[in-house]
Design a protein around this ligand. Structure first.
Ligand code: ADP
Ligand code: TRP
Length: 325
């Protein structure tokens, strides 16, 4: 079973990304043929500063490798290193009805958030369809927010197969049942766009500071507190063992414990949780050529599949092989 997913290099990865996507990506490696890539072409749709995209791409790569991406088994590359995907996106564009894209909520959401609607943003789901189809993916593990894009992919693939004969495998979405939305330090969904993240590999000092600043209500120390309405408790749920969590729940409900005690413990738990990966992350930082080599090898492996699918698609529409250039 071929599993494929992409993640945009639009900022440093945070614990929301980890529990909502990366952890599942890494777990799937055990018994699937996994293809994971850094979606830099997609990231351009929000017009990042050139220096940012250049910086976040290796950052995302190092995070994935440090957290356990199996570089021998999993194919891991940067999207733009296999540009065939954009050629396929064009072929797919020509069978994609405008209405299908006009209905995409993610486009509407981004525009509502104030992003200038460029053509790339509008065509984003077509490029995503090309990613999925060119690598012959069976299963696409994504968060619930991406479900519509997988449906669009299935629709486009179906139309192409119908018009030109069967070229593409129709993929299935595998919606990651995240541990619910991970809250950020301000209580909203943790997101790179809200400046409320706790990064996976943040320095210990900065991590402690951010955790101590998590927004809580003003219930006095002596009073009972509702764990279900507390951002600190929501994060403790991700990191504490069940016994310890039950203990915190009691302490909240019976009063006498301040939020700052819970925050201090949370900081320790987060640091311990990622400790085994921190050393590996530091090693990778000192070895950028290794990281580049992993991505280059990934691109070679990805390209061999991409060229095969693109050739079949070019033949199907009547373009045939490239004459050369
Ligand atoms: P961001 O909101 O930080 O820009 P992305 O939209 O790039 O994050 O998300 C990448 C992946 O991480 C998606 O699969 C998304 O579902 C998951 N994800 C992001 N933030 C959270 C969160 N706060 N809780 C759970 N999952 C999240
Ligand atoms: N749109 C996805 C996101 O924002 C990233 C992505 C790009 C992707 N291409 C993909 C995910 C192909 C799965 C498959 O999270």
């Amino acid at each position: 079973m071929r599993v494929l997913s992409g993640i945009q290099p639009s900022g440093r990865l945070h614990i929301g990304n980890y529990f909502g996507a990366m952890r599942q990506h890494l777990q799937l490696q055990a018994d699937h043929d996994c293809f994971y890539f850094i979606a830099d072409f997609h990231a351009l749709t929000s017009n990042p500063k050139p220096a940012d995209i250049a910086r976040y791409t290796p950052d995302v790569a190092m995070d994935y490798i440090a957290l356990g991406l199996d570089t021998n088994k999993t194919v891991f590359w940067r999207q733009s290193d296999v540009p065939e995907v954009t050629e396929l996106a064009w072929l797919l564009s020509c069978v994609t009805p405008m209405g299908l894209l006009q209905r995409c909520v993610s486009f509407k959401d981004k525009v509502a958030q104030g992003l200038a609607p460029n053509h790339g943003l509008f065509a984003y789901p077509v490029l995503q369809a090309a990613d999925i189809l060119i690598y012959k993916s069976d299963l696409v593990p994504v968060g619930a927010d991406q479900k519509q894009h997988i449906e669009v992919t299935r629709d486009i693939a179906g139309r192409f197969n119908n018009d030109y004969g069967v070229v593409f495998t129709i993929p299935e979405a595998h919606i990651i049942e995240s541990v619910a939305v991970v809250p950020g330090t301000d209580g909203r969904k943790m997101s790179k766009s809200y400046d409320n993240t706790i990064e996976i590999f943040e320095s210990e000092e900065s991590l402690r500071k951010k955790i101590m600043r998590i927004v809580t209500d003003s219930t006095p120390v002596a009073e009972p507190k509702d764990p279900d309405r507390c951002n600190v408790f929501a994060l403790l749920k991700l990191f504490a063992q069940p016994q310890e969590l039950a203990d915190w729940e009691n302490r909240y409900r019976s009063g006498g414990t301040g939020y700052s005690d819970a925050k201090k413990r949370l900081a320790e738990l987060v640091i311990d949780y990622f400790k085994p990966f921190r050393e590996k992350r530091a090693e990778l930082e000192h070895n950028p050529s290794y990281v580049r080599e992993v991505l280059a090898e990934g691109a070679r492996r990805a390209a061999s599949v991409a060229v095969e699918t693109l050739t079949a698609a070019r033949n199907a529409v009547g373009l045939g092989a490239h004459y050369g250039r």
